[in-house]
Ligand binder design. Structure first.
Ligand SMILES: Nc1ncnc2c1ncn2[C@@H]1O[C@H](COP(=O)(O)OP(=O)(O)OP(=O)(O)O)[C@@H](O)[C@H]1O
Ligand SMILES: [Mg+2]
Length: 506
């Protein structure tokens, strides 16, 4: 367990400026996090939140300004130095080593490792640590086999296991259910109250800020634009500070009634990475002009289901039909059926980080007219123009079309992938947690786009851990538990409580 002896400490960033080439990501930002406090950092996608905390962690070197730790100015030149000073960070993108087990990830995260590891002792220590936690994560499976929610819990508990005294969290609850998030944040809050920990948390969820944070700071376009003590400052003021005078898009009305069956999934089963059955006997039909939601706590087989539909995982049984025809998720079938899919963790699963924004935006169709002719002569000018239109329509913030997509902020990567998958004329769309990491203006935009695609006749299967999102968008909702669909309800006549009960297996 965490050693209570060394006290926690506060951090002050003074007039920090960070540029990437000619672009100023942070412009003289000052921020004070008091020792033992829970501080929330808010801001729209691309505001500079991740950049600021990466400067604190020594992942980036600020161009100007200073960082004071406790009462001393510190030069934090690398994450390793930060770790030695007691700082830990959970990044927006997962950082567990996929091929190592969760236990190995925890133990090998230590700054100082002994020459010879006594695994039995380490495992006993891990067991003792988890015995005192309100939840656990599987320790003996490769990190790659965890669902997004489990990974997120593992990332956070790993930092606690490593005994950090100042914890920075970049959107720590984006794929946790409200209950899981409350459990996790409640634990961290108690640790700050006990003076064992100071928390700086980046989030887009105002509900969490109001429920757990003591203080809040807001960034907009690389500047600190306001903040204060929670209670003295409310959700409305926070939203105004975040958005400036940008408008929030209203959800398009649900129009028309669902038509003919478009996506028919019958008896579909798929195994997880360890070869165990992950989803079993899934029967769902999605009609044209219908959004069918699948609710569930992450790790109940949703990921394997989406991967089976996307052709990334061979089904172990059952059939998929699109427009009545058998479908095997091959690339040519996807194209012909106008079948689009947005998996979770898009930077890893749906992009090439080192390729440009433009290349990533047209990746689906780069070898087809109008982008190519005669089979393989590519027409860069035509795909640049198409990419430019998507960037504008989906308001992707990027310095240029040629920037590697990996340099975009997390929310802007998500927008790019959505632009690519929603930009074409969609007949069938499978989406998993489409609003992961998006700010509220972007969430409103994506929700409106999904509803418009539905109203134009698309059949949409929406797999999400966000109940509010499911209730808002779906026509029908299923609950997935332990690999099976255990409950079906019309969205108009069900509520959070009913769905939540089935999510927990009751
Ligand atoms: N390595 C980099 N190279 C070039 N530009 C970068 C790099 N990292 C960040 N940027 C730019 O700096 C700006 C701020 O990015 P940052 O990741 O800090 O945003 P954020 O507030 O964390 O957004 P989000 O909510 O989407 O995660 C963005 O416009 C981004 O494109
Ligand atoms: Mg970020």
């Amino acid at each position: 367990m965490l050693d209570p002896t060394p006290p926690t400490f506060g951090i002050e960033a003074i007039s920090v400026t960070k540029r990437f080439g000619g672009f100023t990501a942070l412009d003289q930002v000052s921020l004070r996090v008091r020792p033992g406090s829970f501080h929330a950092l808010l801001g729209e996608n691309g505001a500079g939140k991740s950049t600021l905390v990466k400067c604190i962690m020594g992942y980036y070197r600020a161009d100007a300004g200073e960082i004071i730790l406790g009462d001393q100015q510190q030069v934090i030149d690398s994450p390793r130095t930060a770790h030695e000073l007691g700082l830990g960070m959970v990044y927006q993108h997962f950082t567990l080593v996929p091929s190592m087990t969760v236990a190995e990830n925890f133990v090998l995260g230590k700054t100082r490792l002994p020459a010879v590891l006594n695994w039995r002792e380490e495992l006993a220590r891990l067991e003792a640590f988890f015995a005192a936690m309100p939840f656990r994560v599987p320790l003996d499976v490769p990190a790659s086999g965890l669902a997004a929610g489990e990974k997120q819990k593992a990332e956070i508990t790993k930092q606690l296991y490593l005994g950090r005294r100042f914890l920075i969290l970049d959107e720590p609850t984006s794929v946790l259910t409200p209950n899981e998030a409350d459990e996790m944040l409640g634990l961290l809050k108690r640790m700050t109250r006990d003076g064992r920990l100071t928390v700086l948390m980046i989030t887009h969820k105002l509900r969490e800020v109001m429920a757990f944070a003591d203080e809040v700071s807001v960034l907009r376009r690389g500047r600190h634009v306001g903040g204060g003590r929670v209670g003295e400052i409310g959700p409305r003021e926070c939203a105004e500070l975040m958005l400036g005078n940008a408008e929030i898009r209203r959800l398009t009305d649900r129009g028309g009634v669902p038509g003919a069956p478009m996506l028919e999934i019958a008896g579909l089963s798929a195994d997880d990475d360890r070869g165990h059955p992950a989803c079993r006997g899934i029967d769902v039909t999605v009609r044209a002009g219908e959004i069918v939601g699948i609710a569930g706590v992450s790790g109940n087989g949703q990921r394997e289901l989406v991967e089976a539909l996307d052709g990334q995982r061979p089904p172990s049984g059952g059939t998929i039909r699109v427009h009545g025809k058998l479908y095997h998720a091959r690339r040519d079938e996807m194209h012909d059926a106008r079948f689009y899919c947005l998996p979770e963790e898009p930077l890893r699963n749906a992009c090439v980080a080192s390729m440009s924004v433009a290349e990533n935006l047209v990746m689906r169709d780069f070898d087809r007219p109008p982008f190519a002719f005669g089979g393989w002569w590519l027409r860069p000018s035509s795909f640049r123009a198409a990419a430019a239109r998507l960037v504008e329509r989906y308001r992707v913030k990027t310095s240029s079309l040629d920037a590697p997509i990996g340099t975009l902020s997390g929310g802007n990567v998500q927008r790019c992938v959505l632009a690519r998958e929603l930009g074409g004329e969609v007949a069938v769309l499978v989406v998993a947690n489409p609003c992961f990491g998006l700010d509220m203006a972007a969430v409103a935009e994506i929700h409106a786009q999904l509803m418009e695609a539905r109203n134009r006749g698309a059949a949409i299967l929406l797999v999400s851990e966000d109940l509010d999102e499911l209730l808002e968008l779906s026509d029908r909702i299923f609950v997935m538990f332990n690999g099976r669909l255990v409950h079906e309800a019309a969205a108009a006549t069900t509520d959070r409580v009913a769905i939540g009960r089935h999510m927990a297996g009751h």
